[in-house]
Design a protein around this ligand. Sequence first.
Ligand SMILES: C[S@@+](CC[C@H](N)C(=O)[O-])C[C@H]1O[C@@H](n2cnc3c(N)ncnc32)[C@H](O)[C@@H]1O
Length: 206
Amino acid sequence: MTDYFAEKAAAWDDNPVRVAVARAFHKAVLPLVGPAANRSVLDFGCGTGLLGLLFAEDARSVDLVDTSPAMAKVLRGKIAAQGLANVAVRLGELSELALPESSFDLVVSLNALHHITDIPTVLTQLRRLGSPGGHFVVADLMAEDGSFHGAETVPHNGFDPAALSGQFQAAGFEVLGTCQHHTIRKPDASGALRDYPQFLLHARKL
Ligand SMILES: C[S@@+](CC[C@H](N)C(=O)[O-])C[C@H]1O[C@@H](n2cnc3c(N)ncnc32)[C@H](O)[C@@H]1O
């Protein structure tokens, strides 16, 4: 399978906009899910771990799931450099990974869902992994005109949070709320600076 991120991985963390959105999302998630004692966390579409590794300090465990070997290589280097013992990189599709059912207290995902063609299937797979009452907090682009990825095409040019909430509900989640949590400012293909608002969706496994 083509690794869409093969050429981007090495310099992924050099972009301060990506670092900032991961920090903003982490900060937004913490008050929603309460104190972190002994929490098991899964980051879906973790990339180089810009988000997931922020949870490692307080969590019992952090499982970092991604399909890109190039992103995983960068991530493994960071884990080794930081000497983190409570994190695990899981490379592959959720359907291929032997992740333990009903075991994650918190599932997070940042800017990964717009790369997923079949959202209902992934939501069902993620729900199976969450503990009863477990938190699911995702952040992604609000619906945009496709300029965010320039000439590249992705399965979704952002999302309408209300429509995505409906997909979460159909997959067996209770949606606790959505909000705008951050705005990514970056140049579009013409070089003009554009604002791309990000939403956050908070759900629990029913
Ligand atoms: C835009 S990047 C975001 C990475 C990271 N969450 C961040 O904010 O820096 C999207 C990530 O989703 C991953 N991804 C795409 N499809 C996936 C799938 N089916 N399962 C797991 N990860 C996937 C990509 O490999 C990539 O690392």
